[in-house]
Design a binder for this molecule. Structure first.
Ligand SMILES: NC(=O)C1=CN([C@@H]2O[C@H](COP(=O)(O)OP(=O)(O)OC[C@H]3O[C@@H](n4cnc5c(N)ncnc54)[C@H](O)[C@@H]3O)[C@@H](O)[C@H]2O)C=CC1
Ligand SMILES: O=C(O)CCC(=O)C(=O)O
Length: 457
């Protein structure tokens, strides 16, 4: 039986408590989903104290139930002509603010709990961007590791052969996430186009610029994360210059977070993959990481073959024992637990900001907040990716292209605005400086008000 820390002293607390108890009863075997909901529910207590209309409209019971979950068989042929079967998902959680929007994850760990937590987070993240996009997520337990290009293509085609009937430029617009990058988006788009016989560019984002993609989308989550941290640092009259930074992961988000942090004068000393981490006391050479990950598709441990001073350690969580000023978790959910957070804190970390979705568990978040560490939660700090996807949708429907500089400037403005509204909401509801509370409240209020305006359904 899952436990939680929600109280029940006031009417608002009692309401939130009761909805969460019902949620546990219905979703007892979905720990990631319950974790994501609990984090938001804790933040919302002061909002419900001041706005009983949200209780009258029973907003919480409605907002935790997805509009629909599509789950389907994906059969495809491997290079040995053997038929393989995976499970595909699309969770369309909430489209009050705009069409469903969120990435696709191809990873063996994918299950309904992980899909629901990601889609639930996406509702509030997307609302925070200020752009008209609702929340969704999808994917499959397909493991791309070690698969040939042909196998990836056939899997993507089989996946889209079912997914196409559930999506569309004004309905639901998927994009990438773990295991899904520009190559996979290309295969998915090609199959959608063949089935529909229409070049509906706005049906997917993360396309390459040659056929409707936006410049900066590839860089956007990592760049946006660093722009968000710039705002956090500005408030304490600091910058990235000469800061020591640790970034977990070595995929899309990690690579472009490293690039932008280095451009701003930081020394990034470590990154990782799911096997282990590398520490380079001279500062990571990003060209080598890109060659290893983007060109050769190898493990990060091969980095030490190119850099004699670098050390590889086979324990991906060990990366948080490296002393740093700024920690940017950019790999996956629950990669920082309470112990890792205490180690980071004891080593003097000043800022932690989340590039991945839910990389810190609840205990870790509390350790950071209690120790006065500036903490940038995922739904605010990594929203630059989906925001730039919404800019891609705008270019697609306007049938035009914006320059790299134009999109980058819009991204920077969006990240500044997300920081400002999160900080303002935290202040308004009595949690000065707490961006977890602030971003949860700012995202929630926008969606809840929309739900009331659009009526019960
Ligand atoms: N791609 C995007 O635009 C966005 C991605 N995110 C989140 O950022 C995180 C990373 O996503 P991407 O960089 O797009 O994926 P990716 O597939 O390009 O890279 C994932 C990275 O995480 C590492 N990783 C995966 N599982 C791991 C594990 N169990 N332990 C340690 N490392 C692990 C992989 O080795 C790889 O380096 C995910 O949490 C994703 O949901 C969030 C917002 C937008
Ligand atoms: O660009 C998108 O729609 C996907 C972004 C995403 O999946 C995320 O923000 O976690």
């Amino acid at each position: 039986m899952a436990t939680h820390t929600l109280g029940s002293k006031t009417p608002a607390e009692s309401y939130i408590h009761a909805v969460f108890e019902q949620l546990i009863a219905k979703n007892a075997h979905q720990p990631e989903f319950l974790q994501a909901v609990e984090e938001i529910f804790i933040s919302l207590v002061p909002v419900f104290e001041q706005h009983p209309e949200y209780i009258q409209h029973n907003i919480l019971s409605r907002i935790v139930e997805p509009d629909r979950i599509v789950s389907f068989r994906v059969s495809w042929q491997d290079d040995q002509n053997q038929v393989q079967v995976n499970r595909g998902y699309r969770v369309q959680f909430n489209n009050v603010v705009g069409p469903y929007k969120g990435g696709l994850r191809f990873h063996p760990s994918v299950n309904e709990s992980i899909m629901k937590f990601l889609a639930f987070e996406q509702i509030f993240k997307n609302a925070l961007t200020g752009l008209p996009i609702g929340g969704a997520k999808g994917g499959s337990d397909f493991n791309p590791k070690g698969k040939s290009n042909g196998e990836i293509m056939r899997f993507c085609q089989a996946y889209m052969t079912e997914l196409y009937r559930h999506i569309g430029p004004d309905v639901d617009v998927p994009a990438g996430d773990i295991g899904v990058g520009a190559r996979e988006i290309g295969f998915l788009f090609g199959q959608y186009k063949r089935i529909r016989n229409a070049h509906e560019a706005g049906v997917l984002t993360g396309k390459t610029p040659g056929y409707g993609g936006s410049l900066v989308r590839k860089e956007a989550t990592g760049y946006g994360l660093v722009y968000f941290v710039e705002e956090m640092l500005r408030d304490i009259s600091e910058t990235f210059l000469n800061k020591t930074v640790v970034v977990s992961g070595s995929g899309n988000v990690a690579i472009y977070a490293i690039k932008k942090a280095q451009e701003l004068g930081a020394k990034v000393v470590a990154c990782s993959d799911s096997d282990g981490y590398i520490f380079d006391p001279d500062g990571i050479d990003l060209n080598i990481v890109k060659e290893i990950k983007e060109v050769n598709c190898e493990r990060i441990k091969t980095y030490v073959n190119y850099r004699p001073n670098a050390i590889y350690t086979e324990d991906f969580r060990g990366i948080w024992s490296i002393p740093c000023d700024i920690a940017l978790p950019c790999a996956t959910q629950n990669e920082i637990d309470g112990d890792a957070a205490r180690t980071l804190s004891a080593n003097g970390v000043k800022v932690v900001a989340e590039g991945a979705n839910m990389p810190s568990n609840l205990e870790a978040i509390n350790v950071f907040l209690e120790n006065g560490i500036l903490f940038g939660p995922a739904k605010a700090a990594n929203a630059g990716g989906v925001a730039t996807s919404a800019l891609e949708m705008a270019q697609n429907s306007g049938r035009n292209y914006w320059t790299f500089e134009e999109v980058d400037e819009k991204l920077r403005d969006i990240m500044k605005s997300i920081y400002a509204v999160s900080k303002e909401a935290a202040h308004k509801y009595g949690s000065e400086g707490n961006l977890v509370v602030g971003s949860n409240i700012a995202g929630f209020v926008k969606v809840a008000d929309g739900m009331i305006a659009e009526g019960v359904y």
